[in-house]
Design a protein around this ligand. Structure first.
Ligand SMILES: [Fe+2]
Length: 310
């Protein structure tokens, strides 16, 4: 055999080994998770990388403004999204522990779930039990537990979901959250219309004089809020890209959406005067694999000075 044969064999072997290592890493990552601490401080964050949307609008990565230090917070929220119970390897016990510890450190004003309990409806019982454990703890600690559903939850019955998960769905309506000093905030949610025949729901009408937080499973909802933009939006859906391939190759169908198409997949961003956060979520969509996007739950400290507004 000539040297060319051995060169080709070596290249093929190296590629195969790289593929095997990559495959193993993809199976490991869904079992890890991070508790991230996020700050959304209106009017006090600076613009980082720019992302251009197809309609010409600009979105910027939101970064802490240098030299501002800890500004304190008005609301402290525990936020998680995209459970996808069939492919979630993070036990409910770990989430309960995070909530207890964080509430003890500094009281939480709300626990919020951003949708996608399941991928397939036949696993709904398992998803409901997981969330019920969290709502039981919230009830014990007197923390409101609010939620919206995601595009995968479209076949679930809202009434049954709400009753069996123990959270309060805020789809198409708003709720008032009061912080320990008595200041009020409106938090409004929207339903998700699923993937086929996509329909966008506008944000429900909320008191104009209150700071406004918008909860939407799909971050593209920020482009369809109606006449008013919120101060803050919390969302999930993208799974942070879930599977990042070398050379920036994208395979997820989520990338068809407007924001992900522009490279907006996870983290904190600025759109006009709105600060928004996209969680990487907990579970996986369809296949139990992730790479470059570790599952995430977050404690979000929100600050909306009374002089800030849209
Ligand atoms: Fe999802």
């Amino acid at each position: 055999m000539g040297p060319l044969f051995w060169i080709i064999l070596c290249i093929f072997g190296a590629l195969l080994a790289a593929l095997i290592v990559y495959g193993i890493l993809c199976l490991i990552e869904p079992h890890r998770h991070e508790l991230t601490h996020i700050t959304l401080s209106c009017g006090r964050m600076t613009k980082g990388d720019k992302f251009l949307l197809s309609n010409g609008k600009e979105v910027f990565r939101a970064l802490p403004a240098p030299g501002k230090g800890d500004q304190g917070h008005d609301l402290r929220i525990f936020f998680f999204s995209d459970l996808h119970i069939e492919t979630c390897f993070i036990s409910s016990g770990k989430i309960l522990r995070h909530i207890e510890e964080e509430h003890e450190r500094s009281p939480l004003d709300a626990v919020i779930f951003g949708g996608d309990i399941i991928t397939w409806p036949k696993y709904k019982d398992k998803g409901f039990s997981y969330l019920k454990e969290i709502s039981d703890l919230c009830r014990k600690l007197s923390i409101p537990f609010l939620a919206v559903t995601g595009n995968h939850d479209i076949e679930l019955d809202d009434k049954e979901t709400e009753e069996r998960c123990g959270f309060e769905l805020i789809e198409g309506r708003y709720k008032i959250l009061k912080n320990p000093s008595g200041r009020e905030f409106a938090i409004a949610g929207v339903n998700d219309s699923g993937r086929e025949d996509r329909e966008w729901y506008e944000m429900p009408e909320c008191p104009a004089d209150l700071p406004l937080i918008f909860l939407a499973h799909d971050p593209d909802s920020i482009l369809h809020t109606g006449i008013r933009l919120p101060d803050i939006m919390l969302s999930g859906h993208t799974h942070g890209g879930q599977l990042k391939l070398p050379f920036g190759i994208r395979i997820s169908p989520r990338h068809k959406n407007e924001l992900p198409s522009a490279g907006i997949l996870a983290g904190t961003f600025i759109y006009e005067n709105t600060l928004f956060f996209i969680s990487r979520g907990l579970g996986c969509g369809y296949l139990p694999i992730r790479f470059g996007s570790v599952p995430e739950v977050s404690v979000i400290e929100i600050r909306i000075p009374s002089d800030s507004g849209n």
